[in-house]
Design a protein around this ligand. Structure first.
Ligand code: ATP
Ligand code: MG
Length: 174
């Protein structure tokens, strides 16, 4: 049976959306797959996974596309431009057929804040290479994306150390 490339969404307010996608990538890397991660949001800290990915060489590429694009934006027009570029880059790479999996990290957030049109994402997902697996992560996933996805998981916060005033820690949060 040919591979059925899945459309997978991790959404919700609880922790684990990005890391569960990276965990799946880690599993797939064991089979020699090539994987691309397009990060739409660049946090103010350095993420450990950027260095982990380097250990896999060409097999695992993580591209933080939103250069200067942070959670607390000061220049929405520039952020919009960066989001469009990140999206177009991801699509172009997807169509090369070089990758078995693509993770669009925090894409739900950029769609929610109108930095990227959901119609573009729907158009890609409905015409993508059939064997390509795609992850879309981030809070507030768009209904249209949920509709066409094969897998949708909502991370629900029951407890988070942040609420107790425990700051983000290396290896867990970044
Ligand atoms: P992770 O990358 O740890 O899997 P995530 O992708 O689910 O988290 P994001 O919405 O991308 O979460 O949040 C980015 C950062 O905020 C991460 O460092 C994450 O640990 C932290 N975070 C996630 N959920 C919560 C929460 N409910 N309260 C406070 N901080 C959170
Ligand atoms: Mg995340």
């Amino acid at each position: 049976m040919p591979t059925k490339g899945l459309i997978m969404i991790h959404t919700g307010a609880g922790k684990g959306k990005t890391t569960a996608a990276l965990g799946t990538a880690f599993r797939a890397l064991g089979y020699g797959w090539k994987i691309l991660v397009v990060q739409f949001i660049k946090g103010s800290w350095h993420y450990g996974e950027l260095d982990s990915a380097k250990k896999f060489g060409d097999q695992f590429q993580i591209l933080p596309m939103g250069e200067g694009f942070t959670w607390d934006t000061k220049n929405p027009e520039r952020d919009r431009q960066k989001a469009q570029e990140a999206w177009e880059f991801g699509v172009k790479e997807a169509l090369t057929g070089n990758y078995q999996m693509i993770i669009f990290d925090e894409i739900n957030y950029v769609i929610r804040y109108n930095y990227l049109e959901v119609a573009k994402v729907v158009a890609f997902l409905t015409t993508k290479p059939p064997a390509l697996h795609v992850f879309l992560t981030g809070r507030d996933a768009d209904e249209q994306l949920i509709e066409i996805a094969d897998l949708v998981t909502e991370m629900r916060e029951i407890k988070h150390p942040f609420k107790k005033g425990i700051k983000a820690q290396k290896g867990i949060e970044f």
